[in-house]
Design a protein around this ligand. Structure first.
Ligand SMILES: [Zn+2]
Length: 348
C-alpha cells in the first residue's frame, strides 16, 4: 500500500457501537475522491481491506442497504461460489449498484465461513470472481444507513421492494390484528415513458406478515403517476387468503402478474414500455422465468382466440407484443432499482 497516496478528507466515523472499525470516510486516493468503507490500524495511517463508492452510487447503496436490513433472510444459500481460496455461501442478494464495467457492486448476505453477514463487494457477472470488500453486522449496516441518509439529505424511510406486498384499502393497521408500525415508505413508480420515480408515502408495516398497508386515497394518487413497482393486493384479497398470498403458497401466474400491475385493459391503458418493463421486473426479481411468462401469455392468447362474443383483437395484439419482447429478453442484462433478489430465486 506504500505507493498509494491517501488523505482522509471527511471523517464520518466508526460504524461500530464500540467506536472501533470499520469506518466510513471521504478519502482522496491518489487524487480521486471516494466514499470509503474499510478497516484501519489504530493510528488511522494503515488502510486495510474495504470498498469505495462514487458520490452518484450512494443513493443506490442506501436503497439496497435499507431493503437488506428489513428483509427476511434465506436459510439456505442461493449460490455457493469459490472466490480465491475462500468459499462464499451467498444467502441473499439485495441490490445492485450501477457500475461502469459489467462487474456489479452488490449488497449480499453472505457466509464466508464465519456465519452470514452483510457483504459489500464487486462481483463478476457469473460470480466466478469477486473484488475486495467488507462484511458488516446488522448494527453496522444501520449506522451506515444513518450516515448515508444524512449525507444525501434523505429522511429515514423504509423501501418497498418489488417483491414486497402492499395492501390497499381503508385501514393502516394489519387486518390480521398484528401490531403495525406507521412509517414513511419509499415506493418506485413506473411512468408511461418507462422511466421510474421514487415517491414517499405514509404506510403501515406489519413485521409479522411482512407487508405494507396503504390507504386507497394514497394508492390512487400514486397510481395516477404510474404503476407501483411492488405487488399490490386489495383488502378483500388479504382477508380472503392474505398470508398464503404473501408467503407465495397460494400462487397463480395470473394473479402474480396482476399484483405486479400487469394488464392489457383499455381503461388502464398501460403503454407498451410499461408492460414490457413490468415483465422485466418480474423476470429480474426471480418471481417468474421468461418461460413461465411466455407459457402464460400463450394460454391467454389461446383463450382469447376461442372467444366468440367479444372482440379481443386489441388484447391479443398487446399480449403478442409482450410475448415477443420478453422471449427476446436476456436475463441479467438490466440492473433495476428496488429489486431485492436479482436473478436468483424462482417460484413454481
Ligand atoms: Zn400482520
Amino acid at each position: 500500500m506504500s505507493s498509494i497516496k491517501f488523505r482522509r478528507i471527511t471523517e464520518y466515523g466508526s460504524l461500530s457501537a464500540s467506536g472501533k472499525n470499520p469506518q466510513f470516510n471521504l478519502v482522496d486516493w491518489n487524487g480521486y475522491e471516494k466514499y470509503d468503507i474499510r478497516r484501519w490500524d489504530d493510528t488511522n495511517t494503515q488502510p486495510y481491506k474495504g470498498i469505495t463508492f462514487d458520490e452518484e452510487e450512494l443513493e443506490e447503496l442506501l436503497q439496497a442497504l435499507k431493503i437488506a436490513v428489513d428483509a427476511k433472510k434465506s436459510t439456505t444459500p442461493t449460490k455457493v461460489v469459490r472466490c480465491g481460496s475462500a468459499t462464499a455461501k451467498i444467502m441473499d442478494i439485495f441490490g445492485v449498484l450501477p457500475q461502469y464495467s459489467d462487474w456489479a457492486k452488490l449488497v449480499t448476505f453472505t457466509d464466508w465461513g464465519y456465519g452470514a453477514k452483510y457483504d459489500l463487494r464487486s462481483w463478476a457477472p457469473d460470480y466466478s470472481k469477486c473484488g475486495k470488500g467488507i462484511t458488516l453486522s446488522e448494527s453496522e449496516c444501520r449506522r451506515l444507513i444513518e450516515i448515508l441518509s444524512d449525507i444525501l439529505g434523505i429522511e429515514d424511510t423504509s423501501v418497498i421492494a418489488f417483491e414486497d406486498f402492499v395492501v390497499r384499502g381503508t385501514y393502516f393497521g394489519c387486518l390480521s390484528g398484528h401490531k403495525t408500525e406507521t412509517i414513511t415508505a419509499q415506493v418506485n413508480i413506473l411512468k408511461k415513458d418507462g422511466s421510474t420515480e421514487t415517491v414517499n408515502v405514509t404506510a403501515g408495516h406489519c413485521h409479522t406478515c411482512g407487508c405494507y398497508f396503504m390507504s386507497e386515497t394514497d394508492y390512487q394518487a400514486l397510481r395516477a403517476r404510474g404503476i407501483l413497482l411492488c405487488q399490490v393486493i386489495t383488502e378483500k384479497d388479504f382477508k380472503k387468503n392474505g398470508t398464503r398470498i404473501i408467503s407465495g403458497e397460494d400462487w397463480k401466474p395470473e394473479s402474480l402478474l396482476h399484483q405486479c400491475g400487469y394488464n392489457v385493459n383499455a381503461t388502464d391503458d398501460l403503454s407498451d414500455t410499461q408492460r414490457h418493463e413490468i415483465l422485466t421486473y418480474v423476470v429480474e426479481s426471480g418471481l417468474q422465468t421468461v418461460y413461465q411468462i411466455t407459457n402464460f401469455l400463450d394460454w391467454l392468447i389461446g383463450q382469447a382466440n376461442r372467444q366468440m362474443t367479444r372482440d379481443m383483437s386489441s388484447a391479443i395484439a398487446k399480449w403478442s407484443s409482450d410475448r415477443k419482447y420478453i422471449s427476446n429478453y436476456k436475463m441479467g442484462s438490466r440492473r433495476l432499482v428496488g429489486v431485492r433478489s436479482s436473478r436468483v430465486k424462482v417460484k413454481g
